[in-house]
Ligand binder design. Sequence first.
Ligand SMILES: Cc1ncc(COP(=O)(O)O)c(C=O)c1O
Ligand SMILES: C[C@H](O)[C@H](N)C(=O)O
Length: 347
Amino acid sequence: MTAQQFASDNYAGICPAAFNAMMEANSGSAVSYGQDNWTSRAADALRRAFEHDADVYFVFNGTAANSLALASLCRSYESIIAADFAHIETDECGAPEFFSNGAKILTVPTQNGKLSPLAIRTITESRNDIHFPRPAVVTITQPTETGLLYTLDEIQSISTTCRELGLKLHMDGARFANAVAALNCSPADMTWRVGVDVLCCGGTKGGMGIGEAVLFFNRDLARGFDYRCKQAGQLASKMRFLAAPWVGMLQEGRWLDYARHANSSARLLSRLLQDVDGIQLVYPVEANAVFISMPPDVGLKLRSRGWLFYEFIGGAARFMFAWDADRNRIEKLAQDIRECSYSDTGS
Ligand SMILES: Cc1ncc(COP(=O)(O)O)c(C=O)c1O
Ligand SMILES: C[C@H](O)[C@H](N)C(=O)O
């Protein structure tokens, strides 16, 4: 077994709540293509958790969830307003554009990956001629790709601006549970109560082996989404195995327990690095991600000690914590960063 890494929460295994639910679902026959009991149980569990009669769908991964949800919110000749750091722009290989048959992503330059109402209004009102793909939807990521959180008031302000401009609001919630845990709010408070139309709710990063849920709080927007999923190869024949983990994770709020552990693990690393020369936090630690700047050769030394990490956001080293983050490994990482930094400064 390889030693635990913090390059991404995608590196983690399947948490007990999800795995045990999968095991429990793995008995006997079940009707295929989502007509089974586990799928209806999971959808009902999500509706209870969100206190809303949302239309719920399960797909294999976040890129599919985002792309198909966004394709439901705009026409091919329209556009999607996103922050420059948005995953749909940087890491989905044109899937949102592909599945919407050509909708354009209009990226807004930001300092930290967070959209503002003013930026949304500015780009929407910048042009209204026939040559400009008319904005139709705004997408925000919560937590952002930089590990930051929109406050509930910020989301409300964004959705109010969206309504004024006739735009829909999509939320990329790949790490949604981490945001709920960090803000200590309810899932409803962070979505439909503040004007979110569609949420892509992450299961994979939360601890499942695979699977995301798409929740339409405005059911009219879900019209045809089932066919859209089928056509995109996102209708699982053995849907019970995508759905059952949600039953396990939502039971007794386990998904939030796991998220709290991941968030506290990120805070632990940031505390352990506070006094290390040459190491700075690039963004505040608000959820389960830590971004640090360090001298290039410190990064090389850290890699030579076997640590894996991404540097795709402004060159900052990203450490992302999951449900299973091990305190000993976090302390080892901090110690290695400290030693690599001090051997660099000679102190
Ligand atoms: C912010 C964000 N959105 C969406 C995704 C979904 O990507 P994937 O298709 O890799 O599951 C990821 C991946 O980790 C992500 O970090
Ligand atoms: C960036 C990469 O695509 C993945 N979403 C991750 O966060 O690890």
